[in-house]
Design a protein around this ligand. Structure first.
Ligand SMILES: Nc1ncnc2c1ncn2[C@@H]1O[C@H](COP(=O)(O)OP(=O)(O)OP(=O)(O)O)[C@@H](O)[C@H]1O
Ligand SMILES: [Mg+2]
Length: 280
């Protein structure tokens, strides 16, 4: 049997297909675009091709993320908090606190025995999310991927006092015009975002083991700043973007296995292969 999870986030769309052992047999990550239904169909085809499967061979499909209602072939939609909790618990069964830093959302999750027991999310503000670093990378004419490594060279990070992305942007421009080394500015930005993150997630009391996920977990500078402020080491999955999609696929697997064990029929939605081809 095969199970798929599709996570349409604000910035990246992710799909994961797992087999009945729970092993990942294919995954695709693409930037999210306005035409989300079309994108969902496109990445499903890519993931099926990678796994050498057809859509009808997928036993259950769960969609998550803010665009979860735009996945035409999904059998069910489940909130990303539930899916992230499931995904990180499958990777790290000892996790008690998960911090997901996406392009637009910052989420803190408290997990007990693999289940979500509490959560907190940012208000509608870019500070503390990937968007903050996207704005800064753009301003500094650097690739997002390079920020982490550059910041590790810093000997004396600057203090970025602004809590707001727009004001912090002005502060960065000022520091650069004062010839402050770029690595010290970037390290300061990483501490500023880490401070927002730790302050928010502390409201649900942070307990180890702690895992950091979402695209921003790929930034080693942010991860180190979080560890420094928390006073704990954190875990980072090998691919931190896919935990929501993975959790969605695992929940689908549990639904099917549960139904089979009770002798119940599994109701899936229309597989709409023609529509997939039409959209493609
Ligand atoms: N290689 C990388 N290095 C540094 N940052 C990265 C990298 N790849 C992605 N990011 C950051 O990750 C963010 C997107 O992460 P993710 O895919 O988890 O978000 P999302 O799920 O689309 O958003 P949300 O959960 O907020 O709806 C981007 O804003 C970007 O800043
Ligand atoms: Mg996300």
């Amino acid at each position: 049997m095969y199970f798929a999870g599709v996570d349409i986030g604000s910035t990246f769309t992710k799909i994961v297909i797992i087999d009945s052992k729970g092993d990942i047999i294919s995954k695709v990550i693409v930037p999210t675009r306005a035409e989300q239904r079309k994108l969902a169909n496109k990445i499903m085809i890519e993931a099926l091709n990678q796994a050498n499967l057809s859509l009808n061979e997928i036993n259950y499909i769960i969609a998550t993320g803010y665009g979860r209602f735009n996945v035409p072939f999904a059998d069910r939609q489940i909130s990303e908090l539930t899916c992230h909790a499931k995904g990180v618990s499958a990777l790290f069964p000892s996790v008690r606190t998960a911090i997901d830093i996406g392009g637009q959302d910052l989420k803190g999750l408290k997990i007990k025995d693999g289940k979500l027991v509490n959560f907190i999310m940012n208000d509608k503000c870019a500070a503390g999310t990937g968007r903050f670093l996207e704005v800064m990378a753009d301003l500094l004419n650097l690739s997002l991927k390079d920020l982490g490594e550059i910041s590790l060279k810093s000997k004396r990070k600057v203090e970025i006092s602004s809590k707001c992305t727009i004001f912090a942007r002005h502060e960065v421009m000022e520091k650069i015009s004062e010839n402050v080394p770029i690595e010290d500015v970037i390290a300061g930005l990483h501490y500023a975002i880490a401070d927002r993150i730790v302050r928010l997630v502390s409201q649900i009391s942070i307990e180890p083991d702690i895992v950091v996920t979402g695209g921003v977990a790929k930034n080693i500078g942010v991860v180190k700043a979080i560890e420094d402020l928390l006073g704990y080491k954190v875990l980072v999955p090998e691919d931190p973007l896919i935990t929501g999609a993975l959790g969605a696929a695992i929940i689908g697997k549990n639904i099917v296995e549960g139904a089979l064990s009770r002798g119940e029929e599994i109701r899936v939605g229309c597989r709409r292969l023609e529509e997939v081809e039409l959209y493609w």
